[in-house]
Design a protein around this ligand. Structure first.
Ligand code: HEC
Length: 148
């Protein structure tokens, strides 16, 4: 009897771990999708498709900052080799070259913190957005895989 209880407990625990993993994957992907939306909103202003709006800028930069803070825990070891729904997968290099990945996170955090103090109008946005975009791209180039 005791044994059965233990087996059930173990099963329940591993099912819980799978759910936690799926939640984590969803959180990570949702966060990156929000980054994409915010970067799109900023680039619409730069292109002149939308008027400059400080509160949109502030919200986007706050979300990038939040991403920079979360990135160190967004890709736990348990996600290695995972396939996501959608066009992109995380590259195994995230876990194989941890130091490189962490240095990308640091560079990203730095340019975001920098931009936060600087972007006050369209001109400064035009100057800062490419700097941020370059860091998004630098990380994606090595640590994100575009499917098929
Ligand atoms: C330190 C690395 C890193 C940085 C910095 C980074 N990303 Fe990503 N991004 C990834 C990885 C890894 C993936 C693939 C996993 C995924 O899709 O969740 C990804 C996926 C994405 C996706 C695809 C989401 C999906 O699955 O549909 C978008 C859009 C995106 N990133 C936008 C951005 C933008 C915009 C920035 C900058 C403001 C940024 N990312 C900064 C690593 C990074």
């Amino acid at each position: 009897m005791k044994r059965i209880v233990v087996v059930i407990a173990v099963l329940a625990f591993s099912a819980g771990a799978v759910v936690a993993q799926q939640d984590q994957v969803k959180r990570t992907q949702a966060m990156m999708k929000d980054n994409g939306k915010n970067a799109g909103a900023l680039s619409a202003m730069v292109k002149g498709d939308k008027p400059y709006d400080q509160s949109t800028v502030n919200a986007a930069l706050a979300q990038f900052e939040d991403t920079a803070k979360s990135l160190p825990t967004l890709f736990p070891e348990s996600m290695k080799g995972i396939k996501l729904e959608g066009d992109y997968d995380p590259s195994p290099k995230i876990w194989e070259d941890k130091a490189g990945f962490e240095s990308q996170i640091k560079s990203f955090a730095k340019v975001v913190a920098d931009a936060k103090g600087k972007v006050k109008n369209l001109d400064t946005l035009k100057a800062e957005l490419p700097v941020i975009g370059k860091q998004c791209g630098a990380c994606h180039e090595t640590y994100r895989i575009k499917k098929g």
